[in-house]
Design a protein around this ligand. Structure first.
Ligand SMILES: *Cc1c(COP(=O)(O)O)cnc(C)c1O
Length: 383
């Protein structure tokens, strides 16, 4: 057994050590962190639904009706009418024939990629894809090639180089650490020309982008023919937990038969499905949340530009400030923390070397005054 402490020490010295913070209670954007009230700009609860009374009420009622644990996998006795009702609601929301629930987005990506490609096939991914898509590609045993970020022409060259078997292209819709969007229309055209599957992981687009909150695909006007595989998560804008894949009848049936991360795991609690149905209803009936979020993004960007802050190019609620070194990102975060503001520094290997950053996220749950407080603190701590 090798000793583990030297590697931990090396990480600490390189400003790469990670630690967890203990949050007391459901504070939304104003959590109590280790005894101290903070203003947070780092959650993915973009629409402010995680603590919404309707969602909490549906969760309680669901637990009263269904109990807490589902007790088994979907293919045994874990699949309830509550799960089915949510799958039908998600299919209708995404305009696809069917949707299939997964316990997490990480598992959904793993299930889809390993079900669709294997040894002898090819899988392509954007260089900045989420870790779960990268791990899924490696696990699939297909030949895995990464193309330069958001570069549909580079992808086309790789596809044109040929190969046997199936080809699957997977991309984040909105890149989780950068906030920019994939060139989905171009990717769809390239995939169509080369007969490749296109899979979009819209963890950060769903609920946020598109007039109806349909996400990156609604925003770009892409249908299920252009993007046959859509993965969405429920733990971000929808404010609950879990994930789903939406697509054709044949795709969903294939996943039920073959996606190991679907088959060999306990079904989500039914109460969670009920809570998610309540939050999906709010996503669809309260467009003001998206409008407000858009207004905060615009206000933040205008203010940050005025201060000359190193903003990255993004029009989504993910608004990273580029620090470069991990030490600098840590120092900025510490200076903000002193001013009562919580933003997590993101460092390699989550992002490429030399691009450590503060990943600032905005939420409809913030107020205008809170956005201004963030700008004020950044002026003192970073500018
Ligand atoms: C968060 C995230 C996931 C993982 O989803 P979980 O439900 O948290 O496991 C997958 N892809 C992207 C792009 C994400 O941001």
């Amino acid at each position: 057994m090798k000793p583990l402490l030297p590697e931990l020490e090396r990480r600490r010295a390189a400003h790469l050590y990670r630690r967890r913070r203990v949050i007391a209670g459901a504070g939304g954007v104003t959590p109590v962190v280790e005894g101290r009230p903070m203003l947070a700009f780092c959650s993915n609860d973009y629409l402010g639904l995680a603590n919404h009374p309707d969602v909490v009420r549906a969760f309680r009622a669901g637990a009263a009706r269904w109990g807490v644990g589902s007790g088994a996998a979907h293919l045994v006795t874990g699949h309830t009418a509550a799960h089915l009702a949510l799958e039908e609601a998600l299919a209708a929301f995404t305009g696809r024939p069917r949707a299939l629930l997964f316990s997490t987005g990480y598992m959904a990506n793993q299930g889809v990629v390993t079900a669709l490609v294997g040894r002898g096939d090819r899988v392509f991914g954007d260089r900045l894809n989420h870790a779960s898509l990268i791990d899924a590609a490696v696990l699939s045993r297909a030949r895995f090639q990464r193309y330069p970020h958001a570069d549909a022409r580079a992808l086309e060259r790789l596809l044109a180089a040929g190969g046997k078997g199936e080809a699957l292209v997977a991309s984040d819709g909105v890149f989780s650490m950068d906030g920019d969007r994939a060139p989905l229309t171009e990717l769809a055209a390239v995939c169509r020309r080369h007969g490749a599957w296109l899979m979009v992981d819209d963890a950060h687009g769903l609920g946020v982008l598109g007039e109806k909150g349909g996400g990156s695909l609604e925003a770009e006007g892409l249908d299920a023919e252009a993007v046959p595989v859509l993965m969405g998560t429920l733990g971000k804008a929808l404010g609950t937990f879990g994930a789903f894949v939406a697509g054709s009848e044949a795709l969903i049936e294939t996943l039920i038969q073959q996606a190991r991360s679907y088959i060999y795991t306990t079904a989500l609690p039914a109460a969670l499905a009920e809570a998610t149905r309540a939050s999906l209803h709010l996503v669809q009936t309260e467009p003001w949340r998206r409008e407000r979020l858009k207004a905060w993004v615009a206000r933040f960007r205008a203010g940050a530009a005025q201060l000359g802050l190193p903003l990255m190019a993004s029009d989504t609620p993910i608004q990273p400030l580029l620090a470069g070194t991990p030490g600098r990102a840590m120092a900025w975060a510490a200076a903000l923390e002193q001013r009562g503001i919580l933003v997590t520094p993101i460092r390699p290997p989550t992002v490429p070397e030399g691009s450590a950053r503060l990943r600032i996220t905005l939420s409809a749950a913030h107020t205008e005054a809170q956005v201004d407080r963030l700008l004020q603190a950044l002026e003192e701590a970073v500018a």
